[in-house]
Design a protein around this ligand. Sequence first.
Ligand SMILES: NC(=O)c1ccc[n+]([C@@H]2O[C@H](COP(=O)([O-])OP(=O)(O)OC[C@H]3O[C@@H](n4cnc5c(N)ncnc54)[C@H](OP(=O)(O)O)[C@@H]3O)[C@@H](O)[C@H]2O)c1
Length: 352
Amino acid sequence: MLSLPSGVDTVHSIRSVTLTSRVQARRGEDGGWMSDRIRLGRSDLEAPRLGVGAMTWGKPSGRSRWGPAKLAYGGPAGPEEEERAFQASLSADVDLFDTAAMYSGGASERRLGELAEGRSVMIATKFPPGWLSRADALPEALDQSLARLRRSAIDLYQHHFPSRRVPIPSLMGLMADAVEAGKVRAIGVSNYSAAQLRTAHAVLAERGIPLASNQVEYSLLHRAPETNGVLDACRELGITLIAYQPLAQGALTGKYRPGDRPKGIRRFGRYYRGDGLENAQPVVALLRELGERHSRTPAQVALRWLIQQESVLPIPGAKNGRQAASNAEALSFALAPAELEALDRATTAWRR
Ligand SMILES: NC(=O)c1ccc[n+]([C@@H]2O[C@H](COP(=O)([O-])OP(=O)(O)OC[C@H]3O[C@@H](n4cnc5c(N)ncnc54)[C@H](OP(=O)(O)O)[C@@H]3O)[C@@H](O)[C@H]2O)c1
């Protein structure tokens, strides 16, 4: 178990202890996973069962205005909506926000730093700041992230994506140094294969530090983690799988239809191009049908399917207060085992 590093502020320590006592994971009568918090891997961090993706937040300048996060989603929603999304999430006890040094050249981290200043919220961010960064850039990049986030420590520091320029053992060594220096509370990775996870886990284990999480794409329309060994490896090693794009970039919300595709370059991605959206319509119809039984939306049912899986924590992107409040509602109901099975059966084609 990772003990809290020196330098952890008192508010966080007290909060951590309080939350530990609140972790009462239990199966509901209907088989639903009912705990309001889960432990992040085998770290000391307690997280809500759902977080918020803040990839599109912030106001980039210069070349960052043309970064993929903004282009994919059709531009920023604006500071007022970001603040509404932040507040709506906190009101629902959803206090885990995911960002990255790379998102809009640091603008997403900067915005989250402004919003979270003086608040007890969990921030997950990612190294590196650029596609070409090398492992030895970590100490400086971490200090820059801390400055943008206006914090003395990052709750979850994740390696964004494996790359030949960043050998996993060297990087994990530097991550472990950052934990020991009190600048990072828990270590995560992202887009790691099962084999890469095992390497990172083993390196950190030698330093007595758990690997807390692996953030990968996972949704009803992208079930590859179930078949490529990643989900099994996470469960075996006690690592939380943080599910990004849990709404398949909005395709699972039911608001887009063939002939009515979203703005932004995501319309050219696999969920929307060709017959992608058409193929998803039977899944959306089932989500709608199940949602009607529980007075919930298709998006809430899609998120709930993930929440009810052991060691899985979805982080839907929210562009405004309405979306954030609605996504948080996925925490307040449970799907029955037969409903989970119906969703499993309807999406077996996406298990590749
Ligand atoms: N580690 C990685 O490599 C990686 C990669 C991608 C993303 N991520 C992380 O994962 C997070 C989520 O991924 P994502 O934002 O790409 O995909 P997503 O969560 O599947 O989709 C989010 C989009 O769906 C729409 N939406 C969200 N909630 C809604 C609601 N309640 N009702 C209707 N529409 C709703 C919004 O777009 P519209 O309103 O425009 O439709 C929103 O931007 C990101 O913010 C980021 O933190 C990580």
